[in-house]
Design a binder for this molecule. Structure first.
Ligand SMILES: Cc1ncc(COP(=O)(O)O)c(C=O)c1O
Length: 456
């Protein structure tokens, strides 16, 4: 059976041309780019070529690109680097409540070090209102960090509008572009950002490499100290093979991005339409039109997202309940809660993210399989709900009996075997309530008779 991978927002397969390009840097071209000899210079040239390619994709100058170990480090660098470099000016940061943990946890860390952070709310589609950004600015604000597109629901934020506000107030603007680089246009001058975080493995590059764009003239300090690599902005011997792979991945993305965006958009819409037609009580999470071309996030009432995932996995279909970094956490997604979804709706969500290898037949198969999975899970959920209800009913009735006993100083429960009804209910047969009701009415009847002296 064909394995259908629909979790490209978590990571993408390394493109074969990328894999081919990086291979020599593990063997004959293994030099340290800081070395003066030919081995070193070969590696140095490869890094600088990759830097040009990455810069070209975002319309930046090559000197404005600093390679990092991934998107997480790029976010950390941007936020901590600006915070510590501009402490003299202020200590207030504005971000959104739906950021990736790479941003949120960095902001929380800075809060523990005395910085003040405003976490802006989003609307029901996951959009930050630029006017909220404007209202949150104080004379202490040094940085605004709003992601380009959300990794869970795919909503594309209004970065250009936010950048106008940041510019007027002379505040640095950072955007996390891990999900947009190579998927939608992400030119730094069109967006108007000062800092932009990138991750290679989201666009067919290797894992463990990324970059931070830093606009020329930005006051930022490094937070990894050591050697003089990356023009003293990020110490440590460069990940040469990773950087070369990142460069090739950006080059490929530049070539295929527009066509792929159209193709994936159509497949994504077909998937959503097919699922909506075949599954009742299904809700799209995220913005209906301002969204990434490759991803949809849906909540399906009365079923757990994780249960859907496991069932799809058995059918060789691989999706996600949200961020790969928080899967395994029993907490509902902070993004979906911020969009106003209930905890239940958040727990019943599933994300499908498409990629270059996704074919029309894959989408047809999901449309055929998922409705059956949902129907079967809903049927099981009905049975367990019924037993839960009957258990709740039995507990309430037992409490009524106890209350009756206390008020009337009459022990009835053990005499009438009241606990048995609980056992019945717990077995899920649904007969507990009926039995308990009968017992309560019988108890009352006996108590009345006893009060009237009819029984001893
Ligand atoms: C929006 C966003 N930011 C940051 C990251 C972290 O990137 P990396 O895995 O390269 O550290 C991810 C990856 O899931 C992401 O989706």
């Amino acid at each position: 059976m064909r394995r259908i991978y629909l979790d490209y927002a978590a990571t993408t397969p390394t493109h074969p041309d990328v894999a081919k390009a990086i291979r020599p840097y593990f063997s004959k071209a293994f030099g340290n780019p800081s070395s003066m000899h030919s081995f070193g210079q070969e590696a140095r040239i490869a890094i600088e070529e990759a830097r040009d390619k990455v810069a070209s994709l975002i319309g930046a100058n090559s000197e404005e690109i600093v390679f990092t170990s991934g998107g997480t480090e790029a976010d950390n660098f941007a936020i901590k680097g600006i915070a510590y470099a501009n402490e003299g000016k202020g200590s207030h940061i504005i971000t959104s409540s739906i950021e990736h943990h790479a941003v949120l946890e960095t902001c929380k860390f800075l809060e523990s070090r005395g910085f003040k952070v405003t976490y802006l709310p989003v609307d029901e589609y996951g959009l930050v209102d630029p006017q909220d950004v404007k209202r949150a600015i104080t004379d202490k604000t040094i940085l605004i960090s709003v992601m380009h597109a959300n990794n869970e629901v795919g909503t594309i934020e209004q970065i250009t509008e936010i950048s106008q506000i940041a510019r007027e107030a002379d505040i640095y603007l950072h955007t996390d572009a891990a999900q947009t680089l190579g998927h939608i246009p992400s030119k730094v001058n069109d967006l108007g950002v000062d800092l932009l975080a990138m991750s290679a493995h989201k666009l067919g590059g290797p894992k463990g490499v990324g970059a931070l764009y830093i606009r020329k003239g930005t006051n930022i300090i490094s937070f990894i100290h050591g050697g003089e690599q990356e023009k003293r902005r990020r110490a440590s011997t460069e990940n040469v093979s990773g950087i070369v792979g990142f460069g090739v991945a950006t080059q490929i993305a530049q070539r295929v991005m527009e066509g792929e965006a159209h193709r994936q958009n159509a497949l994504r819409d077909k998937l959503l339409k097919g699922l909506t037609e075949h599954i009742e009580h299904i809700h799209l999470n995220g913005h209906p039109s301002r969204r990434l071309p490759n991803s949809i996030n849906i909540s399906i009432d009365d079923v757990e997202g994780e249960a859907i995932l496991l069932n799809l996995n058995m059918e060789s279909i691989y999706a996600s309940t949200g961020s790969a970094c928080s899967s395994g956490s029993s907490e509902p997604s902070h993004v979906l809660l911020a969009l106003g979804r209930s905890k239940d709706q958040a727990r019943s969500s599933i994300r499908f993210s498409l990629g270059r290898e996704t074919a029309a037949q894959d989408i047809d198969r999901v449309i055929a399989v998922l409705p059956k999975v949902v129907a079967s899970l809903r049927a099981k959920e009905q049975i367990s709900l019924r037993s839960k209800l009957s258990l709740n009913g039995a507990v309430k009735l037992r409490n009524d009996i106890r209350k009756y006993e206390e008020e009337n100083h009459t022990p009835l429960l053990c005499r009438l075997g009241g606990l048995r009804c609980l056992t019945c209910a717990a077995s899920g047969m649904g007969s507990g309530c009926t039995l308990a009701k009968w017992q309560l009415s019988k108890a009352r009847e006996i108590a009345e008779k006893r009060a009237n002296g009819q029984v001893c």
